[in-house]
Design a binder for this molecule. Structure first.
Ligand SMILES: NC(=O)c1ccc[n+]([C@@H]2O[C@H](COP(=O)([O-])OP(=O)(O)OC[C@H]3O[C@@H](n4cnc5c(N)ncnc54)[C@H](OP(=O)(O)O)[C@@H]3O)[C@@H](O)[C@H]2O)c1
Length: 346
């Protein structure tokens, strides 16, 4: 049983580092917590409350959601709304909450992709599920090749102007489409605040062009799946897939990624982490944050122990040149791009 009344720890801002998102006025925690998996209605609410309370007590003020997080879809927002109501209500102004629309959410032609109709009705639904008047960031979850970008960006602008979102974001857009989005939003008077791409030691697509685009235009970058959905840990290094793992209980992790060639690289990376006095997940988070253009590492967790261990990654975020070169040997050219579909739309 957890205490019914929640009082956040008084020293909660002494532990984490905060980084500015692009040229904006907003600082985000170096580690942010996403509720994509493990926070839906299939998980006990007490566990979720425990994890979220622990995060906030340790300075994690940014929680990332989307309309389709759960499982089932929508239920992570409902659960988060319940925790807001029970525990975090009086801390709303200390929290930075995001949601998104872009993937299949409801049947018919208006429940997917990037139309104005879908984005704005989905935002209303998200607010109602969370019991919020506004979110801090509203994202277009993926680029839609069949909707004019002006329409999708216009919907983000409307979301901000209506007060239902404070900032506009995009996720998994290519560098080229990001440049176009930046220009359209600038014209509309709602600057692009942040981009949310996948990024990890095993997935470095953003280094080619996107990071330069974002830093040139003063846009923040929050990197999702810095552990490559848990591949960057020791759990898949023995021959059996453990029961309590994403590969066992979610279809989002393509098991063909767990091939011997990739696992050999993970083994070598784990050896480098040990020499640094870290676990592989900790080194993977620190590595993403080695680049000052990354505003925040957006992690997921199954339980409080993982969150605790991951926050400790911030105790050593320095890499010397030899360590970086060693990591490059096992990461360059791997590109486990788990979201190729959207980022490859040019
Ligand atoms: N914009 C988008 O399209 C998009 C897409 C995906 C994700 N996201 C966002 O990014 C967030 C994070 O994504 P993600 O969950 O894939 O991130 P991740 O941090 O790469 O993977 C999280 C998973 O790694 C494992 N893990 C975490 N810490 C561990 C530790 N210390 N030791 C061993 N295993 C550990 C857990 O999986 P096990 O179950 O195996 O223990 C955990 O659920 C999401 O919640 C969402 O907010 C956005």
């Amino acid at each position: 049983m957890i205490p019914t009344i929640y009082d956040a720890k008084a020293n909660r801002y002494e532990k984490l580092q905060y980084r500015r998102s692009g040229n904006s006025g907003i600082l985000l925690p170096a580690i942010s917590l996403g509720l994509w998996q493990n926070f839906g209605s299939t998980k006990p609410l007490e566990d979720t409350r425990n994890i979220l309370r622990y995060g906030f007590d340790n300075g994690i003020v940014h929680f990332d959601l989307a309309n389709n997080y759960g499982p089932p879809y929508g239920s992570a927002e409902e659960t988060f709304g319940e925790v807001l109501r029970r525990d975090f209500g009086r801390y709303r102004d200390e929290l930075f909450i995001s949601t998104k629309a872009g993937y299949d959410m409801w049947p018919g032609p208006y429940g997917n992709w990037g139309s104005r109709k879908y984005l704005l009705s989905s935002l209303d639904q998200s607010l109602s599920r969370m019991g919020l008047e506004y979110v801090d960031v509203f994202y277009s979850h993926r680029f839609d090749p069949n909707t004019p970008l002006e329409e999708t960006m216009g919907a983000l602008d409307t979301a901000v102007r209506s007060g239902k979102a404070l900032y506009a974001g995009i996720s998994s857009y290519s560098a080229e489409k990001t440049l176009e989005a930046i220009a359209i939003l600038k014209d509309l008077g709602t600057p692009l605040f942040i981009h949310q791409p996948s990024y990890s030691i095993l997935n470095r697509w953003i280094e080619e062009a996107l990071l330069d685009v974002l830093s040139t235009h003063g846009v923040g970058c929050i990197a999702f799946s810095p552990l490559a959905q848990g591949i960057l840990s020791e759990k898949y290094l023995s021959s059996e897939i453990p029961d309590q793992s994403r590969a066992a209980d979610s279809s989002s992790l393509d098991k063909t990624m767990l091939n011997e060639q990739n696992l050999e690289k993970v083994r070598s990376l784990s050896g480098i982490a040990k020499k640094r006095g870290q676990t592989l997940p900790q080194m993977a988070i620190a590595w993403v944050l080695r680049d000052p253009r990354i505003t925040s590492a957006l992690i997921g967790v199954r339980n409080i122990e993982q969150l605790k261990a991951n926050i400790a990654a911030l105790e050593n975020t320095h890499f010397d040149q030899d360590e970086l070169a060693e990591i490059d040997k096992f990461s360059n050219g791997v590109n486990i791009n788990l979201w190729e579909e959207s980022s490859s739309y040019k």
